[in-house]
Ligand binder design. Structure first.
Ligand code: FES
Ligand code: FE2
Length: 407
């Protein structure tokens, strides 16, 4: 506290206390645009465009055109009657009617306005109002399109420069199935703690994957026991930087003297490599989630996992007070806040200028540095970590899992 003498006579001297640290006069908040904003031409937008991203379930590509928003771009997903999935810019290359109203046919999608038809690679294959169906003119038109592939029950898209298109990665934990297991895909943002589309910047969620200390507080105390009592114990944590992610090892001592070793973490570009927080069984990680930035202010998560019974993945969704997120009243959201409440309340894009990072934020710092190194690589004309151009490369392996080790 600072004090000065008042103007009173000396014998009535009283200190006037100046309050310190008040909210007055603080600087306007700001975020780090290079880490958060994903539009085409932005640093992070260009980095993320160097990787494949899941943009829908395989079942989302049908003969009914579907609007999807990915990295700030509005696109139309469809499946032609030959069974090929296609992803095109929404605006028809002729005069801009939306292909959302288009009709899917054998060879592609036909615009409702003048009937121009585009195949899954954007070639214009018919112009019914032009002489000879546009035989001489249609070759000059290309509907903007992106390559897609199907794998693990998801549609994957590559929105980056054609000459830099990497191989669509495969993952060991989804390639090698145990007895009785099948793969299941989910598009309902498992791990987001809320609805399918979450209204805040993707990085707020991605950083949460590098934040093991919120587990005993948010999920073990504030939310009640959201997972299992074991996860409420404050862990001993080791953070390790890898070439493509941050590996977080959380150690908890069990009553019988054995040690619960949980390995999790974020992996480039947006992967959640997080073993089941309910610790239903010990062993290697059973699912991977991909955080898809819809735009700067919203994201969703696609997940693929090994399951014993269909529907197991959806059953991983958290219940608070016995209810799913969308069933909670406002009072219950406040009584049992979870990941959604914590991360969305940080703001549409959190104000990095107002943060005070502490020792427990080491994983966040490591993740931001990892992302910054990739931004630097792309800016300098190098390839970011985690892209491969070798179709024969082995599946990507993760050490993640819930393990019991004896002392
Ligand atoms: S605007 Fe699409 S065919 Fe004319
Ligand atoms: Fe969480």
């Amino acid at each position: 506290m600072s004090t000065v003498a008042s103007a009173s006579p000396a014998d009535e001297w009283q200190p006037i206390a100046f309050d310190t640290g008040t909210a007055y006069g603080r600087k306007p908040p700001s975020h780090k645009p290079e880490l958060t904003e994903v539009g085409a031409g932005t640093p992070m937008g260009e980095l993320l465009r160097r990787y494949w991203h899941p943009i829908g379930l395989a079942a989302d590509a049908t003969d009914t055109p579907r609007q999807v928003r990915v990295l700030g771009e509005d696109l139309i997903l469809f499946r032609d009657r030959k069974g090929r999935a296609g992803l095109v810019h929404w605006r028809c290359a002729h005069r801009g009617a939306s292909l959302y109203y288009g009709r899917v046919e054998e060879e592609g999608i036909r615009c409702c306005y003048h009937g121009w038809m585009f195949d899954v690679q954007g070639h214009c294959v018919d112009q019914p109002c032009e002489p000879d169906g546009g035989a001489r003119s249609r070759g000059r038109v290309r509907q903007p399109w992106y390559p897609v592939q199907e794998q693990y029950g998801l549609i994957w898209a590559y929105l980056g420069p054609a000459e830099k298109k990497p191989v669509l990665p495969r993952y060991d934990c989804l390639e090698t199935l145990d007895e009785g297991e099948t793969l299941e895909a989910d598009g309902n943002s498992i791990g987001g703690g809320g609805p399918q589309i979450i209204p805040c910047n993707w990085l707020q969620h991605y950083e949460n994957v590098a934040d093991p200390f919120h587990v005993p507080v948010l999920h073990g105390s504030f939310s009640g026991t959201q997972f299992v009592a074991l996860m409420g114990q404050m862990p001993d944590v080791t953070f390790e930087s890898t070439d493509t992610g941050v590996k977080i090892i959380s150690i908890r001592k069990l009553e019988d003297g054995s040690v619960f070793r949980r390995v999790a973490g974020p992996v480039l570009p947006t992967l959640r490599v997080v073993p089941n927080p309910r610790v239903a069984a010990y062993g290697r990680v059973e699912s991977i989630g991909w955080v898809l930035p819809i735009d700067d202010h919203s994201f969703r998560i696609y997940t693929v996992g090994r399951v014993k019974t269909p529907g197991d993945l959806a059953r991983v969704r958290s219940r608070l007070n016995g209810k799913l997120w969308e069933e909670l009243t406002e009072a219950e959201h406040r009584a049992f806040p979870g990941d959604y409440e914590a991360q969305v309340s940080q703001g549409a894009i959190t104000a990095h200028s107002e943060e005070h990072l502490a020792t427990s934020d080491r994983g966040i710092v490591m993740l931001r540095r990892l992302l910054q190194r990739q931004l630097d690589a792309v800016r300098e004309g190098r390839d970011p970590a985690g892209v491969s151009f070798d179709p024969a490369a082995p599946p990507v392996h993760f050490d993640a899992g819930n393990f019991i080790v004896s002392e």
